[in-house]
Design a protein around this ligand. Structure first.
Ligand code: ACO
Ligand code: ZN
Length: 172
């Protein structure tokens, strides 16, 4: 039933209130509304929402940055930084988070990013499992990254690696 009503599309400005609300409900890392709009205006192809019957069930938003490669020591590359992803509790474990991630990774390729990375709480088993399933590896740990003192894993994905195939990217 969910399948027929579920739609993935780019974020639009009228989604702002719902997306801000989902972020506040699902994560301790919150941002002012202009931060969301700024990411949407700068990188529209990597800011997506999942919509079920006119209701937003989840979002992912990213930023393209240049920085040191996590896979080719010393090289500066374009990287897609997954800034935030969340799915409302009642819509979890249905593949929405995975599809949002795949769509944003596709968007990163459009911006010529060759790698993706993100930070995640070391205790966040669901999210870490999702990222591992997509091929992300734990690149390093940042001690006390979060305001409450928790450590973060930096997880990274080589978007050009063979195993991250076109089939994978076409999954949604
Ligand atoms: N336990 C174990 N594995 C899990 C879990 C879980 N609770 N949730 C997801 N996974 C793994 C599984 O391998 C799953 O595949 P399966 O269901 O076939 O076993 C796979 O990830 C795909 O799961 P989805 O259903 O696509 O994920 P979902 O739609 O539930 O969204 C998300 C995952 C976004 C992490 C969700 O749990 C959430 O919103 N959590 C709260 C917010 C959050 O932690 N966001 C990430 C913070 S880090 C960052 O934003 C960069
Ligand atoms: Zn980050």
């Amino acid at each position: 039933m969910l399948d027929t009503k579920l739609q993935f599309r780019l974020f639009r400005e009228e989604d702002l209130t719902e997306v801000v609300d989902i972020n506040r409900k699902c994560l301790p890392e919150n941002y002012p509304p202009f931060f969301f709009l700024d990411l949407h205006m700068s990188f529209p192809k990597t800011f997506l929402v999942a919509e079920v019957e006119n209701k937003i069930a989840g979002y992912v938003m990213c930023r393209i940055e240049s920085g040191l490669s996590d896979f080719h020591p010393g090289r500066i590359v374009q990287k897609g930084h997954v800034v935030s992803i969340a799915v409302l509790p009642e819509y979890r474990r249905k593949g929405i988070g995975r599809s949002l991630m795949v769509a944003s990774l596709n968007g990163m390729l459009d911006y010529k990013a060759t790698e993706s990375f993100l930070e995640v709480r070391v205790s966040n088993y669901p999210a870490i499992s999702l990222y591992k399933e997509l091929g992300f590896i734990i690149a390093r740990k940042i001690s006390k990254y979060y305001h409450d003192g928790e450590d973060a894993y930096v997880m990274a994905l080589d978007l050009l690696e063979k195993k991250f195939s076109n089939e994978h990217l076409k999954a949604i």
